[in-house]
Design a protein around this ligand. Sequence first.
Ligand code: CUA
Length: 338
Amino acid sequence: MRTLTALALGALMLGAVACGGPYPQSTLDPAADFGSHIDELFRWIFWFAVGVFVVVESLLLFVVVRYRARPGAPEPERVHGNTLLEIGWTLVPAVILILIAAPTMQTIFRTDGTPPEGALEVDVIGHQWWWEYNYPELGITTANELHVPQGRPVSLRLTSRDVIHSFWAPRLGGKRDVIAGRTNRISFTADSAGVFLGQCAEFCGESHAKMGLRVFVDDSVTFTQWVAGQRAAPPSADTLPDLARRGWEAFRLIRDPASNSCIACHTVQGVSGGVLGPNLTHMGSRSTVAAGALPNTAEGLARWLRDPPAEKPGSKMPRIGLTEDEIAALVAYLQLLR
Ligand code: CUA
């Protein structure tokens, strides 16, 4: 009895802890039409599952208790076939399956990713282990932090540069595979402004767990400001303060081997044109670095530059062997790229 009480209390405690929140990645709190369609379907099916569970478990418990073996009890009578029962337990599940299948099919078609009229198109490209976003309509390229306007349909065209990834921002909509050589789509209209966390949801190698993403749903004024900021030219070298100017020089330095140079992999508009890593033209405007692995602060940035594979195992960005002076200068420069 004591063991049972302890177990029950333990289970209750776990349950209570699970109710604590907040749940930044909960599909049960949708913030877009796509997420809501899935949530509605889930709730509908959930109650059928509850009904089936209650009926089956009650019958099971009843039979176990009522017909259990007792000392001296005779062999139970064997019964074969009961037409009414057999018709019943064929028909009832068939009806339940139809009630589940019809809305499921409907939801599949509603969420197939067909871009709605007037949708903002964004090309989403999965890389080991970060996300590239191109807005062809706006001429913007950014990484890891997707900005979308509230209330306007958005159509994401998903593809990969390497292995299979999966784009998933749970509160906005369902996950969808990101595959090289093909284009999958996610379309949604976000109904509330805010920051929505997401995650690569397909195992894609060593740092799969560090392939995070953030979707910023901006109201129209904020989105317009963001677009203007992303389209602005980065500061020119002669306007940079001293330290940042030295950072700009370190950024452009061709090192030995040349693959250890910033400019070999990164674009800063007007400075360099590398395409292997995230576009850094406005990286100072992002809230995190390394696909959300570190905050975009002076400390976070310095940690990343010092030893990328320590923060993100397997990272394509190597340990360049920057001096602390170079790191301080690069941090000052990158933070000005707003
Ligand atoms: Cu990309 Cu997991």
